[in-house]
Design a protein around this ligand. Structure first.
Ligand SMILES: *Cc1c(COP(=O)(O)O)cnc(C)c1O
Length: 358
């Protein structure tokens, strides 16, 4: 019998979150961002579950796009990082992958090649990670036309740096730069918004939005949880209690004696640790739950287990299932306790944890 530690994935909740994104996108269409193994939920299952509703997928790299094809899905797949080798353009063309070309090298490959996939062009509007400078766009477009690739250009892409912070003026500034830079080509589509942009009132989302984290129920907005934004948790991470004991006042639990009992405390050990992807930086006080009853972590997270205070769950016994995050405890809450974001927790679940689809 394997240990019962598992991540349950609610594909119906995923679909409802996609519909929320599509509704919020208004006249824009929403491409489902399923990179990083569907944000840790399994790219084949996630993409398949969304196949009836999502007209396009987006991933980081070609391996991920191939995983979508291996699942038998036919929608176009946008490669957000473009291609890493010239030869990949041919694969894009025959597999209907749409690279987002963002640098000089990729542009040269397009110019040199006979292979003309449909593609997007990335414009750097201030994130300063990837993309052509707005001032260079005219010249880039001239080269695209000269290479005979103009008819294959689907759209312009850019990405927000601060959309998670609703008080930032950066998002409006980037939107303005994007609109101005692309205004000479009104017939070319535009894609700008990540999940967070769906929650900024009045934010234009142009032709295609790119929701990622919101599909999985994580919050894209600083200071708000997914449920507060109308999103449903998709992953429930659960593990069994493997022992319980009463620790006497003054005794400590776990490595470094990081938590010391102030009074006699009934506690339990849970079969999940940082080698499963549970964040080691989640300290004493991080919430978990048994039977929808909230409990708290105590001491340091170990590689294969962690300790919980069972004062709030007096009936809990060996074999009971502990929710680390899911419907009772939001992944955003755990992320905040660990000094990170839900994205990192969801994508960090390791292969040792089986996924169960419901
Ligand atoms: C990952 C990614 C997204 C999705 O971002 P979320 O914050 O998860 O919605 C959108 N666009 C680009 C370019 C990305 O890399």
């Amino acid at each position: 019998m394997p240990r019962s530690t598992a991540a349950s994935i609610d594909l119906e909740a995923l679909k409802r979150n996609y519909r929320t994104a599509a509704d919020r996108a208004g006249s824009a269409k929403a491409m489902a961002v399923v990179k990083a193994d569907g944000y840790g939920h399994g790219i084949a299952q996630v993409a398949s579950a969304l196949a009836d509703v999502a007209p396009r997928y987006a991933v980081a790299c070609i391996e991920e796009a191939l995983a979508i094809r291996a699942a038998g899905l036919v929608q176009p797949v946008v490669l957000l990082q473009g291609v890493h080798a010239r030869g990949d353009l041919a694969d894009c063309e025959c597999s209907n992958f749409e690279p987002v070309l963002h640098n000089e090298k990729q542009l040269e490959w397009l110019e040199q090649g006979d292979d003309m996939p449909w593609f997007w062009l990335k414009v750097n509007t201030g994130m300063n990670r990837l993309g052509f400078w707005p001032d260079d766009l005219q010249a880039v477009m001239a080269r695209v036309e000269k290479a005979g690739a103009g008819s294959r250009l689907l759209g312009f892409v850019s990405h927000f740096a601060c959309a998670d912070d609703t008080s930032s003026t950066m998002t409006a500034a980037q939107t303005a730069v994007f609109e101005t830079a692309t205004s000479a080509w009104p017939g070319v589509m535009k894609s700008l918004g990540n999940s967070a942009a769906h929650f900024i009132s009045g934010q234009p989302l142009f032709d295609w939005s790119r929701p990622g984290i919101m599909l999985y129920g994580g919050s894209p907005v600083v200071g708000k949880t997914g449920p507060e934004l109308g999103l449903e948790p998709v992953m429930s991470l659960e593990a069994p209690l493997i022992t319980t004991r009463v620790v006497r006042a003054g005794e400590a639990v776990g490595y470094g004696r990081a938590w010391v009992a102030e009074r006699d405390t009934r506690m339990g050990m849970v079969a999940i640790g940082y080698a499963d992807g549970y964040p080691r930086h989640a300290g004493t006080g991080t919430p978990a739950a048994i039977d929808s009853q909230r409990i708290r972590l105590i001491g340091r997270v170990s590689m294969d287990m962690l300790a919980v205070d069972l004062s709030n769950a007096p009936d809990a016994s060996e074999g009971d299932r502990v929710e680390l995050w899911g419907k009772t405890v939001g992944v955003d809450e755990v992320a905040a306790c660990a000094g990170t974001i839900s994205y990192e927790l969801l994508t960090g679940i390791t292969n040792r944890v089986p996924r169960i689809y419901i």
